[in-house]
Design a protein around this ligand. Sequence first.
Ligand code: HEC
Ligand code: HEC
Length: 185
Amino acid sequence: MQNKQLWIAVALTGLLMVLLFVAGWMFGRPKHADVVAEVESAPVDARAVFVPGGGQIDAIRRGVPIDQEGHPPPMAHVENADLRRARAYPMQPPTIPHAIDGYQIDKNSNRCMLCHARANAATFQAPPVSVTHYMDRDDQFLATISPRRYFCNQCHVVQTDAPVLVANQFRDIDSVLSSPPAAKE
Ligand code: HEC
Ligand code: HEC
């Protein structure tokens, strides 16, 4: 037992650490109730709200008074149903009908093009990116995806179940053309 002193030192240090931990745990923390009581909290609406009288839309605080902490609505779920949504107009970038979690796009690789490049589309049964994605700004066709179209998420978004933030009366050209002349205005 030549190391007796060493063992005693180790045991004492351990005991001290436990004591410090217990003391910190008991006295160091503010009580949960104290923290919560400081700010009132109100749920934030999932949709933008009209400010009465102001004629304006409050898309950020959504009616939560300035002296209250708003707790945000739950995040929308990404739909992964393989169902394409109609495009509102011909040049709308189609929404992505599948989840894209973990699909990396950086200097060295573009995960989307694994399936959406013309050469790979048949293997993965994915629609190839259209010819516009190979054109540069002078309308020249390039052999590979144009740098202008490299970052897919710049234009394409996933489909979610989020409610429409602000209501609108958009009608696509087909419904405008098919409505009776009197109602066209
Ligand atoms: C594993 C293969 C694969 C990868 C990776 C992939 N997709 Fe897809 N994508 C598909 C398939 C298959 C479809 C056809 C619809 C379906 O089955 O979901 C599709 C459909 C689409 C559509 C709909 C096209 C239309 O005409 O409506 C868009 C937009 C799209 N993908 C964009 C992307 C983007 C952006 C990425 C990268 C973040 C990506 N995809 C990564 C396989 C893939
Ligand atoms: C600058 C915006 C923009 C970027 C960036 C972009 N797209 Fe598109 N994409 C569009 C538009 C607009 C359309 C619809 C009109 C067209 O085909 O050009 C479209 C169409 C598509 C379609 C449907 C093609 C078809 O024939 O119906 C697919 C699939 C697609 N994009 C995938 C991608 C992928 C994958 C990337 C990334 C490599 C990407 N897009 C980058 C704007 C963009």
